[in-house]
Design a protein around this ligand. Sequence first.
Ligand code: TXE
Length: 481
Amino acid sequence: MNNLNLPPAKHFINGEWVDAASGQTFLTYDPATEQPLAEAAHGGVADVEQAVSAARRALSGAWGQMLPKERGRFLYAVSQEILAQREELALLETLDSGKPLTLARREVEGTARYFEYYAGAADKIHGEQIPLGRERLDFTLREPMGVTAHIVPWNKPLNILARSLAPALAAGNTAVVKPSEQTPLTALKLAQIFARLDCPPGVLNVVNGFGEEAGAALAGHTAIDHLTFTGSVPTGREVMKAAAEHIKPVLLELGGKSPLIIFADADLETAVAEAMRGITINCGQMCSAGSRLLVEASIRQPFVALLLAQLRRLRIGPGVEDVEMGPLVSELQFERVSNHIEIAQSEGAEIIYGGERPPHLPRGYFILPTLFDRVLPDMHIAQQEVFGPVLALTTFNDEEEALNIANNIPYGLIAGVFTQNISRALRMASRLQAGQVFINQYYTEDEEMPFGGYKQSGFGRSKGLVALHHYTQIKNIAVKL
Ligand code: TXE
């Protein structure tokens, strides 16, 4: 890996590369080989303090004075530079997180697309005039929030960062980013791109480090104005509590346990292909993973037969070999997923495929895609997010039963409905408790679609124009004429 163009093991603060205040670094590992990949700066309270101060100063500097259309042009330039560096970024993401190269490339393209999409919106964020009669003029301004904080997970490190960073910057905010300690590298590459494009100092700051240190310091900082967090429910709860201390608004995206509901009249091949994609993409480490299969009882047998054939054919291996499924991100995640599988078995759910490491891959955090059959709706494996390639199959007999099973869960991020009956599809869509419902397909990445959860999947919506609302605040101005 000597020819890898690694970013420096430093933070990016106020436009400069700086060592951690403690002088310490930590290692990040390649999950396909279990070998160290690179060093990253080990940040804490003092580093976060520097970054937040720099972001605050930047609000009143050149960035604050830039015209919205100039901000848009800058963000568009970022998108083009990301595309120009697509291969390098994708390789780094693959090595750091384990995902197959083709998927990493798609995520980098999606990252560029976020910057492109919100570049186009930067000069179209405006208030409105409110009619109060001839004697009064009333109008609103949409102002930036100020310093935005972004705490990012490891499953799609660069892409999820761009999902909140691009709209925040388009709206005129500045940002402090804390990448996951599992995948610290590509956010620094993005910082290099910002530096190369002469971004004013302090607009983007990246502080690496662990959640309980750098993450907690950022979430509880009194001088941030908005916090975007993507990660687990327990950490989301902690982050929300920390932000509540200073009454800071939060946008939380906390994962899911999303159902694919397959009726007997569905196109079976499409449903099976989407079920495969929904659980094997990124080794199931997706908040949007389709981890529950609700299948109408009369088609269980042909559905399972087709699915098993596909599961057996799946190519698994290191992401750099551009397989169909890479390893889990870390030893810890491997243990977590294995633990979920054990609990499911102890509750009587029946494994009909997988449940263990692929025999041809003795090293690395690889696991076979796993299919549990005859799962009851209240079992652990039907209720808890696994964040690995583990499917729980439950059968149903009618629409009402399918709906009850689908909704009887603490999460509500995505749902897929497969049927040729459009009335039934739309009835289901309107009654499913999920932020996105897909009909005759499963989750797609389109950056234009509002995305976010019901219930414990979080609140607030990212993607689409609606995301911009989180990063602006409205001021009403009333004039007596
Ligand atoms: O997440 P954490 P982990 C789910 C998934 C997975 C589980 C655990 O089920 O198995 O979470 O993953 C930072 N204050 N998702 O442990 O802890 C941390 O450094 C502030 C769902 O990695 O939520 C990282 O940057 N920040 C998911 C980020 O939070 C803290 C994506 C996420 O870490 C912190 C990832 C603290 N006290 C995991 N503690 C999704 N919704 O897509 C940690 N962090």
